[in-house]
Write a protein that binds this ligand. Structure first.
Ligand SMILES: Nc1nc2c(ncn2[C@@H]2O[C@H](COP(=O)(O)OP(=O)(O)OP(=O)(O)O)[C@@H](O)[C@H]2O)c(=O)[nH]1
Ligand SMILES: C[C@H](OP(=O)(O)O)C(=O)O
Length: 216
């Protein structure tokens, strides 16, 4: 007989930490795009990424880190908390600082840093990666071209992200393990127009679809 019991909750629950550069200065590699559309695209990527992360059952809390106070209100309306960067001027230091705050608020969760430029992200791809990472230790997800990183997680005591140029190798060298498998929507970070085309072909969230339509 079919059971109507709810599914077991995931063994490890995560707090997702998403860094968001103020959209007016983000995504400088998008090429020949007018400034207003670049800002709108950068903002739309973050809104669609946060929407997917909030919808992922393995994620119990979402903390966005941004120095754009006005934009943070739009993100918070999607169901996350927010905090400013502070004065580190360094992405990894900013993430470490956010992890300290997350530990203070949610000590029972594991921090996972996720880039906020994943407009095609689907909650099931994120959930699949997090179930692998639930097995313990530090894990990362490489981007589609196997150069950068879109996700990094480790228990609070080991949390040491190494985002930046060549971060796939940096994470590997740190001893973190790569999550394998397709996970196309989780690997599809958008830096340039070719990435944007790839994301559009996977299917993007509503915010990006609206802003990108005239460019397609
Ligand atoms: N809060 C915060 N987020 C950042 C910072 N630098 C990068 N990010 C975010 O980290 C993620 C990956 O960053 P990048 O791919 O380098 O994005 P970007 O800096 O907007 O793009 P480029 O201008 O093309 O380098 C994106 O979600 C960015 O918004 C930072 O200094 N502070
Ligand atoms: C944050 C960085 O993203 P990129 O700017 O290389 O896409 C990375 O992959 O570590």
């Amino acid at each position: 007989m079919a059971s109507h019991d709810p599914p077991d909750p995931p063994s490890t629950s995560f707090v997702a930490i998403l860094p968001v550069k103020p959209p007016r200065v983000g995504k400088s590699r998008l090429g020949d795009v007018e400034d207003v559309r670049r800002r709108d695209l950068a903002g739309a990527f973050a809104l669609d990424t946060v929407t997917a992360v909030v919808a992922c059952p393995e994620v119990a809390e979402v903390l966005v880190v941004t120095d754009d106070a006005a934009f943070s209100r739009d993100l918070v309306a999607l169901g996350c908390a927010s905090m400013p960067d502070g004065d580190t001027h360094d992405l990894n230091a900013t993430l470490q600082q956010a992890a300290l705050e997350a530990r203070r608020r949610w000590p029972h969760l594991q921090p996972v840093a996720i880039c906020a430029d994943l407009p095609a992200l689907r909650p099931d791809d994120l959930g699949a990666a997090l179930r692998v990472a639930s097995t313990g230790g530090a894990w990362f997800v490489a981007d589609a071209v196997e150069v950068g990183t879109t996700l990094y997680t480790a228990p609070y005591a080991e949390f040491a992200p190494r985002f930046g140029v060549g971060s796939r190798l940096a994470h590997q060298a740190s001893g973190a393990r790569a999550v394998t498998g397709g996970l196309a929507t989780l690997r599809c970070d958008v830096d340039d127009r070719a990435d944007l085309r790839r994301a559009l072909s996977l299917g993007v969230g509503t915010h990006t679809a609206a802003v990108a339509a005239p460019l397609a």
